[in-house]
Design a protein around this ligand. Structure first.
Ligand SMILES: *Cc1c(COP(=O)(O)O)cnc(C)c1O
Length: 363
């Protein structure tokens, strides 16, 4: 009799749980290319700082992450009061949804948008409204066409995961210009550091100018600190105030704060990671296309690859084959992209192993 036990609020049981990338068998030599983690790991300076933090684990962290917010602010020329740190940007996305959405509200995201958005939206009893994409790219007109009097938020990952496509700043501005001022636009720029395009802007300018835009960033991707769970949001002051009221008082651990400060200081390491991606993203895209596979143009640290539909060569068969060769990639059923696999840019060895294995698979 399920009606006698505690019931979650409406919407929660409609959520499909987020399925993280597989890790592969412990011990066996594997290349994990399923979660867009950095093949270069973290900055040695950040690791040293993290280890040094072990001596102070009995103490609570600085609840306002002052040193970290100052480091981020210094790096980007922002005011520290406008930055809120979180246990990954996931936490900040959840907090934003929690603060601004409730039953009866709607929030818009795009067709192949990051699946954390519908989870955050529905967890707060609001309706997740999907706007179709064009060429696996967010479509501003389609998003604006789904505005209703109930719309309270719009989520845009730019670049998007899992497609790797992006909107130029002119399109992001057009999206913002079409929103009423009470609708909050969340720009999730988790992969911003990888983008080398003159027409791209992560969102700083919009947040600085308007009261209804937030940008979220992460230390999980280019900084190679995914295990620590560290992200930040650049917010208008009134939004920072709201997030600071509802977040846990110690939501970011001391070792994460300390490592984050050291990571921000080591921009030379970030440049090495960007250069690695600049070399291997085009290489992988080229090699995959040479195998006859359709590749969605990516500006991130991963590529969406489309496989033939015939059973022997489809994405499921390719995934099984790659896995048996120690290459763990991401299946895309949850995104409605079953014929595709998402493959993170790996180390040189991983990238070469991947192409060699796919050559054998498609032979
Ligand atoms: C990886 C990723 C994040 C980062 O999540 P964290 O919680 O900071 O690890 C956010 N948004 C998108 C689109 C991502 O792919």
């Amino acid at each position: 009799m399920t009606s006698h036990r505690p019931q979650p609020r409406p919407g929660i049981l409609d959520i499909s749980p987020y399925v993280p990338g597989k890790s592969g068998a412990k011990g066996a030599k594997i290349h994990k290319l399923s979660s867009n983690e950095s093949p270069l790991g973290a900055s040695p300076a950040a690791l040293a700082t993290y280890r040094a933090a072990a001596g102070e684990l009995a103490l609570y962290p600085d609840g306002s992450a002052t040193a970290l917010r100052e480091a981020i602010a210094g790096r980007y020329g922002l005011r520290p009061e406008t930055i809120v740190c979180g246990a990954g940007s996931d936490e900040l996305l959840q907090l934003l949804a929690h603060a601004y959405l409730g039953p009866g509200d709607e929030a818009i995201y795009s067709q192949y948008g990051f699946l954390v958005y519908p989870i955050a939206i529905m967890a707060n009893g609001a309706a997740a409204v999907v706007a179709p994409e064009t060429d696996e790219t967010a479509d501003v007109d389609a998003m604006l066409a789904r505005l209703t009097p109930r719309t309270r938020m719009v989520f845009l990952a730019n670049p998007n995961n899992p497609t790797g496509t992006y909107l130029p700043f002119s399109e992001v501005k057009r999206l913002h210009a079409g929103l009423p001022s009470h609708v909050l636009l969340v720009l999730d720029a988790a992969y911003a550091e990888y983008v080398r395009r003159n027409d791209y802007e992560a969102g700083v300018e919009l947040v600085s100018t308007f009261d209804n835009v937030v940008m979220t960033r992460t230390f999980s991707k280019i900084y190679g600190l995914a295990a620590l769970r560290l992200g930040w949001a650049y917010c208008p002051s009134h939004v920072a105030d709201v997030l600071n009221r509802i977040r846990g008082p110690f939501n970011v651990s001391m070792p994460a704060q300390a490592a984050g400060v050291a990571a921000i200081a080591d921009q030379g390491f970030v440049e090495v990671a960007v250069a690695h991606n600049e070399r291997w993203l085009p290489w992988l895209a080229h090699e995959l296309a040479a195998l006859g596979l359709k590749v969605t143009p990516s500006v991130g640290n991963f590529i969406l690859v489309h496989f033939p539909l015939e059973a022997r060569r489809n994405a499921a068969a390719a995934d099984a084959y790659l896995q048996s060769h120690g290459l763990v990639v991401r299946r895309m059923e949850a995104y409605g992209l079953a014929p595709a696999l998402r493959i993170s840019i790996g180390s040189e060895e991983a990238n070469r192993d991947l192409i060699a294995a796919l050559k054998d698979f498609l032979r």
